[in-house]
Design a protein around this ligand. Structure first.
Ligand code: C2E
Ligand code: SIN
Ligand code: SIN
Ligand code: FE
Ligand code: FE
Length: 542
């Protein structure tokens, strides 16, 4: 009984056929060593043929032989296969080599025969691709394309949580799946750090189980743990895991959320030094057109590995930048212990809130907002990083500056950008803008000068042909926001050179500087919500 003709027209196809043969042998014999041996025998033959001739057909049939049933393989190629030790027979339709493998002493159940046939006939997407299916080729191309586009975008995200969230949002589209999770290695455990599903409400619920992130040990008892240990795990049905598997499916999430987990790919995320960072999991693939539940195909596995490498790189970069930035801030703090530490956190907190108010008024999408916020948070903390380049005598002076001291201090804005450049921290636009422009004034009388800004931007390798005057909207929004946050903090706190002001006085001063020092629209938003900003200030105390 002929089960299938496997058309093998490339070495890649040998690999596909090999996996089909393995699954078939396993179904027919349930004997791992035998299946492995027979399969490698098969692929060796097929490889020889494929090298000799790129049109090879393997007829696979099930035969009754003397002892019971046997799987019969008949390879046919059009030219004589060029290898030794194997004699090919010529007949009308080409050169043949036949192999027979006993698979059962008894009758093989029809159900199993059908399954084997299905496996052999089922075309993987990969296989269709090698057969020049333009539509699928395009799909695959699009998917790879969007991955590469993402690589660039992810490279620019410095905040790790935003990064993970964005990664997962993309996962749903790229893999046509219902949910994705990232578990990060924390304290020797795998912790669910982010989950995204197609259903937004579900996403919210899935972040926590009983108020705690779910954790798994790094061992082969869970799917995620198994992937962490072995690199990759593909599960067809979480509720139907083979009895021999070491892992079990933890149903906590499904029970809590009503999500029904089915097929799962889990991939380890590893650093360049091969250190485990975490695990990426993809759940429940479906057909993008009909939305019918499907399995993960071969190319999904490949894509998942590709995606994981990319995600690991981005995660690593983001935590590296973060580490470097925090180190810079600590350095600045050592120079200026009384003021720097909490000051930068408060400025960051205030700036983020002010940005949200501004974005909401403009009706910006949540996505845009999240993207911006992520840059702003760290960048605002760095606004005064250039102070590390200022002499102690000036930095720590308890009285008023003289004009010379004043002008030296003013250098911190443009030095800042150059200091980071020297530290080889790649500056995103927001960070560069904030450092460079946070002392620019709305009326154009702040610092650095236009000339100084152009000079610094040149050193940073930017195009300087169109740099606007640092005035009004020529000052980047992020910097206008941080300017208010910075001055608010300077006034409401005690400084070496000044006492803390009463809150009402601070509010009046900021309102008074609308249109001269500050952007009027931002002042309005700030002043009308003043008490909330005071709360942020109160949260971070020395
Ligand atoms: P800082 O203490 O964080 O102050 C940040 C900014 O708050 C100041 O930038 C200034 O724009 C604003 N600011 C401070 N006092 C007032 C005020 O009375 N009214 C208004 N509208 N804004 C005010 P600036 O002036 O460029 O100073 C930059 C940094 O230089 C300050 O950061 C502080 O570390 C230092 N600094 C400035 N003036 C003096 C001074 O007279 N003596 C000492 N020892 N340090 C000073
Ligand atoms: C696992 O076993 O990997 C965890 C199950 C889940 O992802 O919900
Ligand atoms: C998840 O919670 O991470 C995905 C869905 C599930 O495993 O139940
Ligand atoms: Fe400053
Ligand atoms: Fe400051």
């Amino acid at each position: 009984m002929l089960l299938a003709d496997l058309h093998i027209n490339s070495i890649a196809n040998v690999e596909i056929a090999r996996r089909k043969m393995y699954d078939s042998f396993m179904l027919l014999t349930n004997d791992v060593p035998f299946s492995a041996k027979a399969t490698s025998d098969f692929s060796e033959l097929a490889r020889h043929f494929a090298q000799a001739e790129n049109k090879l057909v393997a007829h696979v049939s099930l035969k009754r032989d003397g002892q019971g049933r046997a799987l019969d393989l008949d390879f046919v190629s059009q030219s004589k296969p060029a290898f030794n030790g194997m004699v090919a027979q010529q007949s009308e339709d080409g050169w043949h080599i036949a192999r027979t493998y006993p698979v059962s002493a008894n009758w093989v159940d029809q159900e199993i025969v059908n399954q084997v046939r299905e496996i052999l006939l089922l075309k993987s997407r990969e296989e269709l691709l090698t057969q020049n299916n333009d539509l699928l080729r395009k799909t695959m191309h699009d998917r790879t394309d969007s991955l590469n586009r993402l690589a660039t975008e992810f490279g620019n995200i410095q905040d790790i949580d935003t990064l993970l969230h964005r990664l997962l949002e993309e996962v749903l589209g790229v893999f046509y799946c219902e949910a994705g999770s990232i578990l990060m290695k924390e304290d020797g455990m795998l912790c669910f750090r982010h989950t995204v599903t197609e259903n937004v409400d579900l996403t919210e619920k899935m972040l926590m189980a009983d108020g705690k992130p779910l954790r798994f040990p790094i061992d082969r008892n869970s799917m995620a743990g198994t992937a962490a240990v072995d690199g990759l795990l593909v599960v067809k049905d979480a509720y139907n895991i083979p009895a021999i598997a070491t892992y079990k499916f933890n149903q906590t999430f499904d029970n809590l959320t009503g999500f029904k987990t089915r097929a799962v790919i889990s991939v380890a995320l590893r650093s360049g030094q091969n250190e485990l960072l975490g695990v990426l999991q993809l759940f429940n693939p479906h057909d993008p057109e009909t939305r019918e539940a499907t399995e993960f195909f071969e190319d999904d596995q490949k894509l998942a590995l590709h995606f994981a490498r990319m995600a690991s790189l981005a995660i690593e970069r983001s935590s590296m930048t973060r580490t470097l930035v925090l180190r810079m801030i600590r350095l600045a703090e050592m120079r200026d212990p009384k003021e720097t530490g909490v000051h930068v956190k408060r400025v960051s907190g205030v700036a983020k809130r002010l940005y949200v108010a501004w974005a909401k008024r403009r009706g910006l999408s949540q996505e845009m907002m999240d993207k911006q916020l992520n840059h702003l948070g760290l960048a605002a903390m760095l606004h005064d990083v250039g102070k590390v380049g200022i002499d102690d005598a000036i930095l720590k002076k308890s009285g008023k500056f003289d004009p010379d001291e004043r002008s030296k201090m003013e250098m911190h804005a443009h030095i800042g950008a150059e200091v980071l450049l020297g530290a080889k921290i790649s500056l995103d636009d927001a960070t560069r803008d904030i450092i460079l422009y946070h002392h620019a004034r709305w009326d154009g009388t702040g610092y650095p000068s236009h000339e100084q800004i152009v000079q610094t931007l040149e050193k940073l390798g930017e195009d300087t042909s169109n740099v606007p005057q640092p005035k009004g909207e020529g000052i980047p929004l992020n910097a206008r926001i941080v300017a208010i946050a910075d001055v608010f903090d300077a006034l409401i706190s005690k400084r070496a050179y000044k006492d803390a002001w009463a809150p009402e006085q601070v509010r009046e001063e900021i309102a008074k500087c609308s249109g001269t020092q500050f952007d009027p629209e931002l002042v309005e938003l700030f002043v009308s919500d003043f008490d909330e900003y005071r709360k942020i200030h109160a949260e971070f105390q020395e």
